[in-house]
Design a protein around this ligand. Structure first.
Ligand code: ATP
Ligand code: MG
Length: 248
């Protein structure tokens, strides 16, 4: 579904990604681990097409199409959605209006706000004054309204309290198993690339494959829970469960 080949990305005049290759198949959940500042969010921004970074070499293929130069709105229409690590404040745009527009005018998307404990936020400007956990729930509500078939989740559980982690986890699960999108029961229909440091979100969604990103390169790949255990015990550099990736 998503295939990235030898991707080089620059931001702020510096090369951040130095030749990333990875793939995510249909219905697959892939995890991206890596230390702070290694380039994980930059990779997600490059896939979504945000202008904060620039692809200098390589290719991003989605559903067989080369989307490397495609504008962000076209990528969204093709089915890619993203939950950002730090989304911007949007002064003058009400959250409820955005959710309605994202759902193609479907007012049901707004009716679902209480499922995300966001019913009292619909008249507020997007993210303005929202707490960290409120921003995560708001992002997830918007993403759910979009009904994407490929999602990029940048630390969905980070900064969320223990009760709300349960809400976020269950809602991400519903999104991937596309409960509101005629997905056959028990089948994961939506593909994803998920960044997590703690792995808490994986308790809710399961995961098929993990990549470890360090200093702008995918260093190795393997089974998510094994790699997470190794990282906790040994750090990122000595992950024995992670199969080395051959550099191109
Ligand atoms: N616009 C920019 N200008 C300058 N440097 C940038 C820019 N965008 C990203 N960087 C740098 O690129 C590096 C990778 O950033 P990125 O946000 O992708 O890291 P990350 O792996 O997501 O880290 P974290 O786990 O802390 O979220 C960081 O050193 C960051 O400061
Ligand atoms: Mg990040």
């Amino acid at each position: 579904m998503l295939e990235i080949k030898d991707l080089h990305v620059e931001a702020g005049g510096r090369e951040i990604l130095k030749g990333i290759s990875l793939d995510v198949k249909e219905g697959e959940t892939c995890v991206l681990f890596g230390p702070n500042g290694s380039g994980k969010s930059t990779l997600l921004s490059a896939i979504m097409g945000y202008g904060t970074c620039r692809v200098t070499k390589g290719k991003i293929m989605f559903k067989g199409k080369d989307i490397t130069e495609m504008p962000v709105d076209e990528r969204a229409r093709l089915g890619i959605g993203m939950m950002m690590q730090r989304p911007p404040n949007v002064v003058g745009v009400k959250l409820g209006d955005l959710v309605k527009a994202t759902a193609g005018g479907d007012v049901k998307a707004v009716d679902n706000a209480s499922d995300f404990k966001m019913e009292s936020f619909l008249e507020r400007d997007i993210n303005v004054g929202f707490s960290g956990g409120e921003i995560k729930r708001s992002e997830l509500m918007q993403l759910t309204a979009q009904k994407p078939d490929f999602v990029l989740l940048d630390e969905p559980e980070s900064g969320v309290d223990l009760e709300n982690i349960d809400l976020i986890g269950k809602k991400v699960h519903d999104l991937l198993y596309a409960k509101n999108n005629n997905c056959p029961n028990g089948k994961r229909c939506v593909s994803s690339l998920v960044i997590t440091h703690t792995g808490q979100i994986l308790d809710y969604i399961g995961a098929d494959k993990a990549y470890v990103l360090r200093d702008g390169l995918i260093r190795c790949t393997g089974r998510p829970m094994d790699i997470l255990k190794d990282i906790k015990e040994r750090g990122y550099g000595e992950c024995i469960s992670c199969r080395m990736v051959k550099m191109e």
